[in-house]
Design a protein around this ligand. Sequence first.
Ligand code: ADP
Length: 256
Amino acid sequence: DFSVSVPVQSHDELGELAQSIQTLANDLNYMKQERNDFLASISHELRTPLTYIKGYADIARRTNIRPQERTHYLQIIGEESERVNRLLEELFSLARIDQNEFLITKERVQLFPFLHSIYERVLPAFLTKNIELQLDSDQDIFVDIDPSRFGQVLSNILDNALKYSNEGTTTTIRAIKRDRNVVISIQDQGIGIPEEDIPYVFERLYRVEKSRARITGGFGLGLAIAKQLVEIHGGSLSVKSKPGAGTVFTIVLKES
Ligand code: ADP
């Protein structure tokens, strides 16, 4: 640790300097702790699928198992490899955002056709789960966005709406103008987020319920990525939720 002990209590310049050094040391320790926690979480996330992969590879190699069984084990190995791959891809995106290497190329985009293309892309998955998807947007809204990056933001949020909603519910994508801003909201009627978890959902690797997330397949990185991408666009992303009633994510952007 950066243990610094500067017993200077005076209120002159030297005292102020001692205070600054102390504050800096505290910040450094905090950052070091955060980095350690993050690495520990990633190691854990990688260990689980790798344990499955190794275990099932060992079983699949046995000579005395039925072909269907072997196919089943190989399928699990494939799925778990896919999971590792997804985690690495998401981590790589975040690392590039952190390095400011994430160049976005903004263009003036008419919002309705853009939202409609995303709507059409995700609709089959919603229909399969028997969740209604609605799009309600004014025609004459323009924004400056990088279509592919901004599309990723909406996909991440819509993926969650799908994952955390039950059949027979409705998810609504809305876009309206408010003052000189554009407000895009994605509202679901899903399980909602407990109040005590709300402050953390945009943090990296944060999941409301780890065991449930293991089944739904998330790493708790989707919203962290979405928020950073929205902020790179100069906008904001926020959430409101009520357990049992649903969740609404709101993006605010400047109008173009
Ligand atoms: P994940 O990939 O695990 O879904 P996210 O970063 O996208 O990670 O979301 C973080 C957590 O926030 C999720 O694990 C989930 O518990 C909660 N969450 C996000 N979106 C919703 C939603 N629409 N409804 C209920 N819970 C949600």
